[in-house]
Design a protein around this ligand. Sequence first.
Ligand code: KG4
Ligand code: ZN
Length: 314
Amino acid sequence: MLSSVIANQDVHQKFGGVVPELASRAHQQNIIPVVEVALQKAKITKNQLSAVAFTRGPGLLGSLLVGTSFAKAFAMGLNIPIIEVNHLKAHILSHFVEDETQQDHPEFPFLCLTVSGGHTQIVKVNSASDMEIIGKTIDDAAGEAFDKAAKIMGLPYPGGPEIDKLAKSGDSLAFSFPEPRIGDLDYSFSGLKTSFLYFLRDRLKEDDNFIEKHKANLAASIQHTIISILMKKLRLAVKQTGLTQVAIAGGVSANSGLRNAIEQEAENSGWSVFLPPFKYTTDNAAMIAVAGYFKYLENDFAPQSITPYARGGF
Ligand code: KG4
Ligand code: ZN
């Protein structure tokens, strides 16, 4: 990997969540300067490119349209092919980015717990192109559970990293919240959000300062519950598939509690675990490039008529 540039969108913070229309406008403003800086940092010119990979979906359609349109036009101008990439497969393939960190990557097949703001999946990764979702959330994603809990506590968006920070000085067993009963390898997080909301509503009736006084313990306890839910199904997936190489990916894989829990499991149960470098946990272009690289080797190119999708496409 020669360069990786991310333009963060601060515009959403004052709204407490991503505003889709503002996101696509910010993408439009950022895309040309970001590509230019990426080329400069890589010390290459656009004429040295072999293909352009882009995120086709899932995600916010307006933002995907900006990227898709840019990729098409850029590649057409250079007379090179385009490669469509699935956002979630790319999170998984971020483990294969080759850069200065020289991390070990898993061997196929392996299991990956993909935990982001929009998705929570357990995936059996047979190869770069053959992946099977064996468990998923039926409602909220794990990242959403973090963000919503943070919002209820009055913390800024995105709440996941805020909860992570606060949790470090809290007692994870101070409060307990019910875990969902749901079959197979599936997840559910919407009940947790509701019970957290009702729990705080009742406590606030007795003490206006309840959240402020117990911030760290609340963060540690909700984080502990989310991780416990994630780990139970992951253990079951290992049991069912017999695969003991386990990776995590997506924004929530930056969570220090989840990283500790999975490393602990490696010690206790002999799993080989793979944690992505922090910079590749949340959305980034390096993971799209590496997913594109695997497709490039297969000559798997997309036509100029291709359109993005908001959902599905795995
Ligand atoms: O993969 P990602 O960057 O975007 C999506 O594709 O959704 O994931 C973003 C999600 C957000 O919900 C954010 O709160 C969560 O990842 N996140 C974290 C942490 N860092 C990011 N959640 C918990 N702990 C963190 N340290
Ligand atoms: Zn993502």
